[in-house]
Ligand binder design. Sequence first.
Ligand code: ZN
Length: 416
Amino acid sequence: MYQLIVKLFPICRSITGNGVRETLRLIKKHIPLNIIEVPSGTKVFDWTIPDEWNITDAYIIDQTGHRIIDFKNNNLHVVGYSIPVDCYISLTELQEHLYSLENQPNAIPYVTSYYSKRWGFCLSHHQRTRLKEGRYHCVINSELKPGQLTYGEYIIPGKTDKEILISTYICHPSMANDQLSGPTVVTYLAKWLAKEQRKYTYRIIFIPETIGSITYLSRHIHKLKKNVIAGFNVMNVGDERTYSFVASRYGDSLADKVIVKVLTSKQCHVVKYSYLDSASDERQFCSPGVDLPVVSFSRSREYPEYHTSLDNLSLVTPRGLSESLAILIDCVKLLEMNNKYKVMCLCEPQLGKRGLYPTLSTKKSRETVRNMMNFIRYADGKNDLIDISNITQTPVKELCPIITRLMEAKLIEIYE
Ligand code: ZN
């Protein structure tokens, strides 16, 4: 996964353009992505797909002839969606087009202006304070014209039409945690999912943030509303600092239940954000009327390097990535076995005649019988595996062998 991030890192991505295409092309080497393009100007709910933006070069040359800012050194130097420019201006005029962070003087900030036409350069505050009076030659070789919005989709059919939605982003330039960690972990999750036939169908999408999810929803909302039973928006999953998630709008969906169960079972540090804190595509997926059962899963959501050049390849680690992948795999495994169960006889079943009651009573065997009895007590067709685990305070992994034995003994049935 880390090697894939290294490959994707230098590409200059935005919400449209060749950077997105190149990113999807590299991901397609791993999984059979379907790449879809939607023309600029297309109405998508309350939005319109903007013109496509591409850039080949950008720089500022001072009056001594030095290239003091060069897009080729770092693509964060250019404000995303900058219109083309080639002009000579004074330092005072230039300052109007510069963006830096006073409180992070060594960081180049990530700035975009998708929906109002402007141009600008981003630089470290340290460099900015050293700029001298004089004339500056500013060049941005960009192109903003009708084109396409590009996204990738991979659907892995399951035994049922019911779907799990996995969504991630491919629209930021060279930053590692936000956001290359997301598509990378999701690519490897998709590879794992495709290894065997699953119960659910998995719909995996690689989209530009906001306009991409709105576009996708506008094209598929009816099918998604009909079939999606849980969804995960995956972002910022490459560091090792913490785990976090943003709840769905009412925090009561199956995806909420699953992510809480998996993260709490890890006994690791977890930050829970409410939907009121949502800043990403959970806004779209859970918006009124859309109401998909989707949560966002992240490691650090708020961190000092966020949206700056400090979010680089040293912030994400192979361990951070693989731990995140493991969480998502656990979510899938839990979803796949999270059935509702119903006991098949009235009153307490006689375990002994089915060989389910130990002939030798030890501490361990008493505990197993207690867990089995507790499971049966709540296997009334109303509770799924997660509910019963929560009610009985028994870990899922201890309930699974009990379910197998009770199913074999024909004492419980799956109740949908
Ligand atoms: Zn971001």
